[in-house]
Design a protein. Structure first.
Ligand SMILES: [Cu+2]
Length: 151
């Protein structure tokens, strides 16, 4: 009798741990899209893209701001987006949905070049999903433990 209640106590504890892990994972899920919608700034100054290479995550955007006194463009080398034409002081933002390396230049001043690297790490999404899976598996183990003891 004492052995059985101890076994059920252990199963209950494992179940509680599983439930906590599941709750943490579930709570983190809604925040994943917010965390991913970041904007990275690139300044255009002295006929150069100051941050000549930026690394972002899929879903993030890059915002270029022209701090020069003349017009510049942000033109994809492969036509990946509609070119931005930025007069003095203007800003333009482009979202990047897919992973890849995007080289660009200014079509007015071809010596001005830059790169946007979009890396598909997806760490927050992965860890949150992992929490949910581990939580569910732990609870299943606890449930099996209880059923075996009753049989
Ligand atoms: Cu230019």
């Amino acid at each position: 009798m004492a052995y059985r209640s101890r076994a059920q106590g252990i199963a209950g504890m494992i179940g509680m741990v599983g439930l906590l892990v599941l709750i943490v994972g579930s709570l983190a899920l809604p925040f994943v899209p917010i965390a991913r919608a970041a904007i990275t700034d690139v300044s255009i100054s002295n006929f150069a893209f100051v941050q000549s290479s930026v690394t972002i995550s899929p879903g993030d955007s890059v915002r270029w701001t022209n701090n020069d006194g003349v017009t510049h463009t942000v033109t994809s080398n492969t036509g990946a987006w509609t070119p931005l034409t930025l007069a003095a002081g203007e800003s333009g933002t482009i979202p990047f949905a897919n992973a890849g390396t995007y080289a660009y230049h200014c079509s007015i001043h071809p010596s001005m070049t830059g790169t946007v690297v979009v890396t598909a790490t997806g760490v927050p999404e992965f860890s949150s999903g992992l929490f949910v899976v581990v939580g569910l598996l732990t609870m299943m183990v606890a449930l099996m433990f209880v059923r075996r003891r009753r049989a």
